[in-house]
Design a protein around this ligand. Structure first.
Ligand code: GLU
Length: 280
């Protein structure tokens, strides 16, 4: 009995060691050299944001962030079939990068000073704005209309932070794990509004199952400069990703990804930002 326990424990240690080795191989130093070797790259995205980062029922992935991530990975030397997408929810992003779970994150990840203490950012590659999504017949039309109302946002997001700080400190804020959960709460009437980036809200509003039910208020409540999150002080990878993003804009791939992913939702995005140009 005792022996069996020891064996099981050693097996667990061995399994851990093996998975640690597997993780380590993703961190290969030649990432970006252009050589498409046998290695894979782990990339953090959202799984529940239509038009940005979505895991489809067949297991494939779609969205603007997915296209940006795929382009960047290619420039780092990894073809699309070498990418392993990992779900990084809003509250998990800094930790996923710090732990080395992913090489980089493209997940509607706004650049800000607080996050910059923990991660490096390449970009920005998109400028979005915080907005509100309400039922079509709602009379909520401005930020202060939210005071006393039930509002949903996501833990670890700038959207939730902005509500508490400035937009509507007296709203009853419900913080959930992902925006799809907030949208379900809006549909059921559990909350009066959902707040986050207009890019995300437009994607939900345009889904067949929600058509005609919700509207965006069009309030530009903040500037959200999307960056690619990279390990803190990994300047080499950050620089390579900045070069990839610049190329993605100049060769027309950025616009193609915008048209393919935001077109169907009718989301009118801002022009491509220049690397390092943060709109505050
Ligand atoms: N862009 C905002 C953020 O980074 C909101 C969207 C999100 O939670 O991913 O927090």
């Amino acid at each position: 009995m005792k022996l069996r326990k020891v064996t099981a424990a050693s097996a667990a240690v061995l399994a851990l060691a093996l998975s640690a080795t597997a993780c380590g191989s993703d961190d290969k130093d030649d990432a970006g050299s252009g050589s498409s070797g046998g290695g894979t790259i782990k990339v953090g995205i959202k799984y529940d944001q239509p038009g940005l980062g979505l895991k489809e029922p067949d297991g494939s992935f779609s969205g603007f962030d997915v296209d940006v991530a795929t382009y960047v990975a290619k420039e780092l030397g990894y073809d699309a079939d070498k990418i392993e997408f990992v779900e990084t929810k809003s509250a998990d992003r800094e930790n996923a990068i710090a732990r080395g779970d992913v090489k980089f994150i493209a997940a509607t990840y706004s650049i800000n000073d607080e996050r910059k203490e923990k991660v490096n950012f390449a970009g920005p590659y998109l400028l979005a704005h915080q907005d509100l999504l309400v039922k079509t017949d709602s009379d909520i039309a401005k930020g202060t209309d939210l005071n006393g109302k039930k509002l949903c946002s996501v833990t670890g997001s700038t959207s939730a932070q902005n509500v508490k700080k400035d937009i509507a400190p007296d709203a009853q804020l419900k913080e959930l794990g992902g925006y799809s959960e907030c949208i379900a709460a809006l549909q059921s009437g559990a909350v009066d509004a959902v707040t986050t980036d207009d890019s995300i809200l437009a994607g939900f509003a345009a889904q067949d199952k929600y058509k005609g039910q919700f509207k965006l208020t069009g309030l530009k409540l903040s500037n959200e400069n999307y960056g690619i999150g990279v390990k803190k002080d990994d300047t080499a990878t950050t620089d390579k990703i900045n070069a990839a993003l610049t190329k993605m804009v100049s060769d027309g791939s950025w616009q193609k990804a915008v048209d393919a992913n935001f077109g169907p939702a009718g989301y009118k995005n801002e022009p491509a930002p220049k690397i390092g140009d943060i709109v505050s």
